[in-house]
Every structure is written in structure tokens, then in C-alpha cells.
Design a protein around this ligand. Sequence first.
Ligand SMILES: [Zn+2]
Length: 251
Amino acid sequence: MQKLLLLAKEHALPHAIIIECKNSTFIKNYLKEILQNAMCTAKEEKPCKKCRDCVKIEAGFHPDVKFIEPEKDSKSIKIESIRYIREDAYIISNEGGYKFYIITNGELLTTQAQNAFIKILEEPPKNVIFIICTEFLSALISTIRSRCQIFKCLEDEDINSSAEKLGKDFASAVLNGDKIKTLSISGKIPNDRIFFKQFINVVIGAIIKNCGKFFFKKDLVGKIDVLKSVLEMSEKNVNFNLLVCTLCAKI
Ligand SMILES: [Zn+2]
């Protein structure tokens, strides 16, 4: 999930994204983060949370961000809403940058609406990004799934508060280049795969969030790569001690 924030910051978001997530509070905040990373106009630390774009996104009223939801008194998103997107998406954005269309409950799209949506995805308008959030990926027809990049929300599991604390401490030690502290923190990681996964995700998130304008310094990008590769290793059931050793040796 951190990958999307990174892509947003680098202005490299794919034009069609599906986010599968069961936690509606999380997704709401997460979308704000993506939008602010992508649209912040500050020259240095992004997102600044202070520029006009950041503030509008925070308030939920950005003219170039449209949320597509069911009409009043309806429980589904109908083809009319998609027709509206088709007309609107080809108009250049108010602020001259990206335009976002966000469908917050993708599972509510009728089949007819989904079929109409495919046509837009086939000829994507320039500088327009579509995000479909859904609790159930399977509710979307395969032709939509195949045209979007799919991201799954790890935060569906409740984050263990000590994993969060340890992860944040580890991230700040990494950012400060404090090798001894990274070693001592890694000695405290319990042998528990879910904890480990959450820990690494917190570290990645905290590094991206805190390093701001320094992010593009090569060594930080390299460190994020190390963290991601350790995360992949943990998914392949690599021996726990080896995971921690790799983390300490390479970070
Ligand atoms: Zn900003």
C-alpha cells in the first residue's frame, strides 16, 4: 500500500487503480494521503498539508477530485453516473494538473455501469486517474480488473500497537543513520510473522512520511527496497532469524 503513496509522490500513478480494502475509515484517510501526495504544489516537502490543494483535499472539496457514490435513495451506482464521468473526464482540470474520479464502493456498480466504465478505461483521458475502492474485488467484472492495477490493503488487520511503536522508532533510527539503535530495536521484534509484516509496513510508511524532500536521496530509496525485499522474504516463509539478520545487515 505504501507503493501507491510513493507512485503518487513521483507523479507515476497508473491511470486506473483498484484498491481492495475492508476498512472504510482507513481507506478514507489513505485516499487523502494519495491525493495530497499527488496534488501538493509545495516545492519541497510533500505533502505539505498547507498549500491550497492539500487544504482542499483535507476538507473534502477539491474541484479536480470527484467522488462517485450511489444517487440518493439508491443502493447502487448506475450507468448515469458513469456517463457523467465520460463527459466530464475529457474536460481539462480546473487547476491544470491531475483529475481524479474515485468510486468509493466499487461493489455497488451495476453490471451495466461496469460495462460502460470499461469504455472509458479503453480510451483513458489524459491526466485523469480512476480509483475504484471495493471491499470485494470479486464484485468487479474481470474486464475491469484486467484493465486496472490492483492493490490490496494490508491494514485490514488491526495494527498491533507495539508493532507500530517499534516500527516508528526503527524508522527514525534509519533516518538518523543510527546503526546501533536499529540493531537494538531489531532484537526486540518477536518471532511472529504478522507482527513482522506490520512492523515493516509501519517502517516503510514512516520513512516515506518523514523524509519529505530528502526522499529522493539515493540511499533512502535503497533502504525502502531493502524493506520491501525483506517483506517479500517473510511472505515466502523464510526463516525468521534470517529475516532479521538480512534486515540489519542491509538497512
Ligand atoms: Zn501541499
